[in-house]
Ligand binder design. Structure first.
Ligand code: SF4
Length: 104
C-alpha cells in the first residue's frame, strides 16, 4: 500500500494509545486516590508528567483530554488543574462550574 492509500484509512479514535508511554507503567500513577492532597498529590503528578514528557503521543493525548473534558488524572502532561485553566481560557467552563471550583 502506498502513502496515498494509507492516508485514506480511517484513523481509529484511540489508535494513538498504542504508542502511549504509560502503557508500560502503573496506571495509578496518573490518577489521584481518594483523599490525596498537597505534596503527595504534587509528587505523584510530577512522576506522571515525567512519563508524559517522553511520550510520543503527548499532543494527541492532551488534545483528547481537553476535547473530551476529561476531569480526572494526568493526560498529555497536564494535570486536572491545568486542564481546568485551559477550559476557562477557552470559555468551556460554565459560570456554575467556575463558582463550584472557587468554593472547593
Ligand atoms: S501523554 Fe502521558 S498520559 Fe498521555 S498517553 Fe502519553 S504517557 Fe500516557
Amino acid at each position: 500500500m502506498h502513502a496515498l492509500e494509507l492516508s485514506r484509512l480511517p484513523v481509529d479514535f484511540w489508535s494513538w494509545r498504542l504508542w502511549a508511554a504509560c502503557r508500560q507503567t502503573d496506571g495509578e500513577l496518573f490518577f489521584s486516590p481518594d483523599g490525596e492532597r498537597g505534596s503527595t498529590k504534587r509528587r505523584r503528578e510530577r512522576a506522571a508528567k515525567a512519563v508524559c514528557a517522553v511520550c510520543p503521543v503527548r499532543d494527541e493525548c492532551a488534545n483528547y483530554a481537553i476535547g473530551n473534558h476529561e476531569r480526572y488524572g494526568v493526560w498529555g502532561g497536564l494535570s486536572e488543574h491545568e486542564r481546568e485553566l485551559i477550559w476557562r481560557d477557552l470559555g468551556l467552563v460554565s459560570s456554575a462550574a467556575q463558582t463550584a471550583g472557587r468554593a472547593s
